[in-house]
Ligand binder design. Structure first.
Ligand code: ACO
Length: 325
């Protein structure tokens, strides 16, 4: 039976820093409030002319370099994003062209902040079925373009960036993607959405519209803690692992208090929880691969470690994965 292994990983953050001090000048807030309620001190956001495809391409290049794989060997590009450059075509085809991946099929997966887990699950199924041997899985988002910088309850959280993995076929049983799970409940669509600019209410400059994010923060907070905790337990149960066998829990980086609450529900001690939200913020589909990459580079996560990943996003959509990196 085939297994999917992570052969290379890379990430990219835009240069432009948006600090809490900068946000204090935009809305009625304070560094102390943002730090204590979210754990975020600064985030990286796109400069004019940059878009999701730029970050995705840079992250993918690094993942391919680390994997030592040639463009000819990539058979599929999957980009998880909720903020594509255009409504169509997808970001994946732009990455495919820029990196000369001439033999690859492409797709974008839109599963909000659970997009990376959904993309990883999709790649894993292609590999397990025997269809493909090497897939580029990218989580990339540019939420700053859909954030209202006069709304203090959202502009403190969101950010931009990308993380990428080369996922490849292996016949070794004890490494790679062990189990994945994805779930959804569309009852909560109106609690976190961009109301206008889609096919229901297309952009119309002569109309008053909301083309930036609306979020019921406290409601999403409670849902996030509950679904991520449940899914983490489900993934462990289904794969026959105990929480003690996990080296690191890596929750979607949405709010430090959400990360702490999930860790507490799972009885995972602080030293086994990965958080880089302080300097990165919430860049949606990119948070988990960026956190893995940064912590591998820092030597905290080591080759062979077992990682429990959990994410949630607008919809509500959520999922988890257990991987031996
Ligand atoms: N600065 C100062 N005060 C603030 C700010 C701010 N930036 N934002 C809100 N407040 C105020 C509120 O107005 C409120 O004041 P009031 O009591 O006088 O009415 C008070 O702080 C408490 O507001 P809450 O909304 O209850 O604050 P909370 O502690 O819940 O924090 C937050 C708000 C940070 C938005 C939190 O609810 C949260 O993180 N929610 C989850 C968000 C999330 O994870 N979204 C995921 C998106 S995933 C995707 O797909 C995009």
């Amino acid at each position: 039976m085939y297994r999917s292994i992570i052969r290379g990983i890379g990430s990219h953050l835009p240069q432009n820093r948006l600090t809490n001090a900068d946000i204090e000048k935009m809305v009625d807030t304070s560094d102390a409030w943002i730090t204590s309620r979210t754990g975020i001190s600064e985030r990286r956001i796109a400069s004019p002319g940059e878009a999701t495809s730029n970050f995705a391409t840079e992250a993918a290049k690094k993942a391919m370099d680390q994997a030592g794989i040639s463009a000819e060997d990539i058979e599929m590009v999957i980009v998880a994003t909720e903020t594509p450059d255009y409504l169509f075509p997808p970001v994946a085809v732009i990455v495919q062209h820029r990196l000369g991946l001439n033999k690859a099929g492409v797709m974008d997966i839109h599963a909000t902040c659970a997009g990376f887990i959904t993309a990883l699950q999709t790649a894993d199924q292609y590999i397990r079925s025997g269809m493909y041997q090497n897939i580029l899985v990218i989580g990339a988002d540019t939420l700053s373009r859909f954030t209202d910088y006069t709304d203090r309850s959202t502009c403190i959280l969101f950010a931009d960036g990308a993380g990428a993995l080369v996922v490849s076929r292996s016949e070794t049983e004890d490494i790679g993607i062990i189990h994945t799970a994805t779930h959804a409940n569309g009852e909560h669509v109106q609690s976190l959405l961009i109301p206008s600019g889609g096919s229901l209410d297309p952009f119309n400059p002569s109309k008053e519209q909301k083309t930036t994010m609306y979020m019921d923060g406290p409601k999403i907070f409670k849902l996030a803690v509950s679904v991520m905790s449940e899914t983490a337990k489900e993934v462990l149960d289904k794969s026959g692992y105990s929480v003690d066998q996990v080296n690191f829990l890596i929750p979607h980086q949405a709010n430090q208090r959400i990360i702490d609450a999930v860790a507490k529900n799972m009885d995972v001690p602080q030293e086994k929880v990965i958080s880089n939200i302080k300097y990165v913020g919430n860049n949606s589909s990119a948070t988990i691969p960026i956190a893995i990459d940064a912590n591998m580079k820092a030597g905290k996560i080591k080759k062979g470690d077992t990682l429990l990943l959990v994410a949630f996003g607008a919809g509500l959509i959520w999922g988890g994965a257990l991987i031996k990196i």
